[in-house]
Every structure is written in structure tokens, then in C-alpha cells.
Design a protein around this ligand. Structure first.
Ligand SMILES: Cc1cc2nc3c(=O)[nH]c(=O)nc-3n(C[C@H](O)[C@H](O)[C@H](O)COP(=O)(O)OP(=O)(O)OC[C@H]3O[C@@H](n4cnc5c(N)ncnc54)[C@H](O)[C@@H]3O)c2cc1C
Length: 321
């Protein structure tokens, strides 16, 4: 359809469903990431803006999301996935990783990549950890926990109550999600290879050495000085009490930060650095408002949406006058 209009506001959201854009802007394996949203956020508004001469913003490399247990899929619907028959609420699939630094289970274990190596300070907030997961081979990682950490989760009210309630690992198992369990770290390594390979190799020997190194540092109180520091509100806890657990995750994207460049009136800026007459955009179709870490989405975007409505209306009315 061609619709004649005096003003146009692009409010088409982000681009996390366009796998080509994910690989181009986020990381070489970001096409394997999970778009944690409706399946229509394909950057089409951004592409339309570019076609009429718009400039892209900064911030295409950072985004908001959480590590997501895999295998799972938002796009295909959970009903079609083996083992997810008991999931009634799609939010159950990802909220297991919610929580700020001190309350999220990932801050209490360690993440290793497919090479069995740590790559991020797990004490960072979930969205920053997720951005690092995205840069790992296959955009995948494994959260390693032990029964001692699980006991802390059970007995820490915020951990239990934050989103799903109760013991999150129990909840994941109830939902049929993949939680590898073993009586020793060595057995855990073998089981990760056997149960989660899915065409991806996993270096169990490196993982065992990584856990040993981390445990020694945690016991000595020196985890903050590891090559990849482990530092957060929760002190590093040695992973020494069986059973041991591994939760495979893939990087997830809920909101992208890059889009069309706008000014404070939400006018789209051209490649000649001038506002394009009658064209407005709001984030996620517009970008560059956030960079690095997530600090607000809907609140800030609502403000810009309101500004956009007012300025676009005023422009259309000025043409009528
Ligand atoms: C699971 C999840 C949890 C979140 N949690 C929070 C939170 O707690 N706090 C927070 O602040 N933010 C949160 N966010 C982020 C926030 O919801 C989004 O960033 C925000 O909704 C973006 O608003 P928007 O209007 O730009 O885009 P959207 O709300 O994504 O809407 C864009 C719409 O445009 C449509 N569209 C796309 N292309 C076209 C086209 N070519 N033609 C016509 N229509 C098109 C899409 O179908 C969609 O309906 C979360 C996001 C997700 C997915």
C-alpha cells in the first residue's frame, strides 16, 4: 500500500529477528541467538528509513536480553518443543535468569563456554553477562552450579521470590528444561558432552580445570584477582558439594539499542546530518539512546513517543495552515 501522509512516525521496534543484522552488528554467532520477543521485529522500519536517506545511530553493538536456557524457541512457540509441554506461560522459559546481580543464580556459579573456559565476571548484571555470552562460540555457555549454591538459592528470600518462586532449578526441571546433573565435576563434564552436544563440541577437561582454579581462588578469597575476575555482591562460593549442575544457555535479545539517528524532537536525521522533513522515529526503530548497559526502555521510549506524537502532529498542522 502507498499511504499519503504529511508526517510519518516509525514505531516498528528493533531488529533482533533479522539474523543477518544480528551477525553484522552484534557478533559472528549472533544469528544463533534467541530473539526474546514477538517474531516481527525485523528492522523493517529502520530499513525503510535508510532507503529515504536516514543515518544510522550509534549503539548497534550493545543490546538488552538475558542468557536463555536452550534448546528453546520464542519464535516457533513453546508448544512445538519436546519437553516444554508443561510450560504454560512463555515467560517461564526465560525468567529463570532474571534478577539483579546479588539475586540472580548466575552470580553464584560460574559460566564456561564450549571450550570449558570462563569468559565473564558472573557478578555483573544479567544483561551484561548476556552480552558476553553472545560473543562466545555458537553464542552458547554453560552455567555451572553445585548443591551448596542451590541451598543458598533456596534460603535466600530474594532468590526464591524474585520471579518464579521456589527453587529455580526444581522449577526448570519441572518444566522439562535441560539441567545436567552429576555427582562429581568429572561426571558432569562427561554428561554435558553426552546430553547437550547437539553438534557442538564441549571441552570437559578444560571445564574441570576451570572449576578447580575457581574453587581454589574462592576458598582463598582471591576470586576477584583471577584473569577473569569473579566479583559481585555475593562472595565467590567454591563449587564442591554434589550434586553438580550445568544449565546450557544461549545469548538472548529482548531489545536492540541501535536504530535510526534522531534528534531530541525525534526527527530522523539524514546522512547529510539534516532532519528529514516529516519523518520521525522512536526507539527501538530509532537508536543510540542507550549504549552498553540497559537502563530503561519503556519509560524512556514512552517519553520519546509522546514527543514524537506532538512534533509530528505540529508539523502536519503547519503544512495545513
Ligand atoms: C520479554 C521482554 C521483556 C521486556 N521487559 C522490559 C522491562 O521490564 N522494562 C522495559 O523498560 N523494557 C522491557 N522490554 C523492552 C520493551 O518492551 C521494548 O523495548 C519496547 O516495547 C519497544 O517498544 P516499541 O514500541 O519501539 O516496539 P514494540 O513494542 O516491539 O512494537 C513494534 C511493533 O511494530 C510492529 N512492526 C514491526 N515492523 C513492522 C512493519 N514493517 N509494519 C508494521 N508493523 C511493524 C511489530 O509487530 C510490533 O507490534 C522487554 C522486552 C521483551 C521482549
Amino acid at each position: 500500500f502507498t499511504i499519503a501522509a504529511k508526517s510519518v512516525i516509525l514505531a516498528t521496534g528493533g531488529w533482533q529477528c533479522d539474523k543477518e543484522m544480528c551477525t553484522k552488528y552484534i557478533g559472528r554467532h549472533a544469528d544463533l541467538s534467541q530473539a526474546q520477543c514477538v517474531p516481527y521485529l525485523d528492522g523493517s522500519g529502520i530499513k525503510m528509513g535508510v532507503e529515504v536517506g536516514a543515518q544510522l545511530s550509534r549503539s548497534f553493538g550493545s543490546f538488552y536480553g538475558h542468557p536463555q536456557p536452550w534448546p528453546t524457541s520464542y519464535l516457533n512457540g513453546i508448544d512445538n518443543i519436546d519437553g516444554y509441554e508443561n510450560v504454560e506461560n512463555i515467560d517461564d522459559v526465560h525468567v529463570l535468569y532474571y534478577g539483579t546481580t546479588e539475586h540472580s543464580i548466575q552470580g553464584m556459579g560460574i559460566y564456561v563456554n564450549t571450550q570449558g573456559k570462563r569468559f565473564v565476571n558472573e557478578g555483573l548484571g544479567s544483561s551484561l553477562v548476556n552480552q558476553e555470552v553472545m560473543q562466545q562460540p555458537m553464542a552458547r555457555a554453560y552455567l555451572i552450579l553445585d548443591e551448596g549454591v542451590r541451598e543458598i538459592i533456596r534460603n535466600t528470600p530474594f532468590c526464591n521470590a524474585a520471579v518464579v518462586g521456589g527453587d529455580r532449578i526444581d522449577h526448570m526441571i519441572e518444566l522439562g528444561m535441560t539441567v545436567v546433573q552429576a555427582d562429581s565435576i568429572e561426571e558432569l563434564g562427561a554428561k554435558i558432552v553426552a546430553e547437550t552436544a547437539d553438534g557442538v563440541s564441549f571441552n570437559a577437561a578444560n571445564m574441570i580445570a576451570t572449576v578447580q582454579e575457581y574453587n581454589e581462588a574462592a576458598k582463598a578469597g582471591t576470586a576477584e584477582t583471577l584473569d577473569v575476575p569473579h566479583a559481585g555482591v555475593v562472595p565467590a562460593t567454591p563449587l564442591v558439594t554434589g550434586p553438580f549442575y550445568a544449565i546450557p544457555v544461549v545469548g538472548g535479545i529482548m531489545a536492540t539499542f541501535g536504530g535510526l539517528k534522531i534528534n531530541t524532537d525525534t526527527q530522523v536525521i539524514s546522512t547529510a546530518a539534516e532532519p528529514i522533513a516529516g519523518l520521525y522515529a522512536i526507539p527501538g526503530a530509532a537508536g543510540g539512546i542507550m549504549n552498553g548497559d540497559y537502563w530503561c526502555v519503556m519509560s524512556g521510549y514512552s517519553v520519546l513517543g509522546r514527543i514524537s506524537g506532538a512534533t509530528a502532529t505540529a508539523y502536519a498542522q503547519s503544512l495545513e495552515a
